[in-house]
Design a protein around this ligand. Structure first.
Ligand code: SAM
Length: 262
């Protein structure tokens, strides 16, 4: 059977699973995180590979461009895997997430780490940037896998908030999935067939807003030249958890950018 035909046969499964997802993204994310039992490479969370190979693609840029005198905010931190990685590189890291369930999990998983803190916050809400600035002062921002799950208006308000937080010396590092193909092709790439959908993908489909892609084009329309200066960008590989019988690493095409204020 052709790959295309197999993809078409996925349609009813995807419609059935996605029809269960709550319409309000904040409710959806919290429901998702509260259902998570296990994390890490063999866990329930699709994107939580904690891959050192993936982090190795980011280290040189974050170390070169983030002023270590400033705190780092991990925006949309989830269960805090990237926050903990950043805490090994920088003196002070704050993870923020719209989901209280995610923040509870991140706190539990970061027990004993002295330079990590977490806070529940909708980073795309009007005024969130000013609130963060008041709490911690100017900061560097790390974002992995958040812009591609937001609608364009929320992407724009998140970028506005980040601009407020970085001030004149902070920088933004973003890493996002940038799969060029239909969402069905994406699911197929992750291992879905008409007979079975990997459990990590199934729980994302059942609970979460449908993701888009975020590459150079989306970055240009979200981070305007009047407000932002692009320092560097390019392709990267985002590693998801292994969802194949052999347990082999799985990557999704991604995009990274480092930005400063204009
Ligand atoms: C795909 S996950 C990525 C999690 C984490 N950055 C990582 O790479 O492991 C997206 C995360 O963004 C959070 N999120 C979604 N919308 C948000 C918002 N408006 N403000 C803050 N966090 C948000 C979700 O709860 C979720 O934890």
């Amino acid at each position: 059977m052709s790959k295309l035909w197999d993809r078409m046969l996925l349609v009813p499964t995807v419609i059935r699973l996605a029809s269960r997802a709550p319409r309000d993204p904040a409710v959806a994310w919290d429901g998702y995180w509260r259902g998570i039992q296990t994390t890490g490479r063999s866990g329930d969370v699709l994107w939580d590979s904690g891959s050192q190979t993936e982090y190795a693609q980011y280290s040189a840029d974050v170390v070169a461009h983030f002023d270590p005198a400033l705190p780092v905010v991990d925006v949309g931190c989830g269960n805090g895997s990237c926050t903990r990685w950043l805490a090994g590189l920088f003196p002070r890291v704050l993870g923020i997430d719209v989901s209280a369930g995610a923040v509870e999990l991140a706190r539990r998983e970061s027990d004993g780490l002295q330079n990590v803190d977490y806070m529940v916050m909708d980073a795309a809400e009007l005024g969130a940037g000013a609130q963060l600035l008041e709490r911690i002062g100017p900061a560097n921002i790390f974002v992995r896998g958040v812009f591609h799950v937001l609608k364009a208006d929320k992407q724009a308000s998140l970028a506005d908030n980040l601009r407020t937080v970085i001030g004149s010396s902070g920088r933004v590092f973003l890493a996002e999935t940038n799969f060029h193909g239909t969402s069905l092709a994406y699911m197929q790439e992750l291992g879905a067939t008409r007979r079975s959908v990997p459990r990590q993908l199934q729980s994302a489909l059942e609970n979460l807003p449908r993701p888009g892609r975020f590459g150079a084009q989306e970055r240009r329309s979200t981070f305007s030249d009047s407000e932002w200066t692009l320092i560097t960008d390019g392709p990267i590989d985002i590693e998801v958890v292994p969802m194949n019988a052999a347990g082999l690493s799985q990557q999704v095409p991604g995009y990274f950018a480092v930005l400063a204020g204009a």
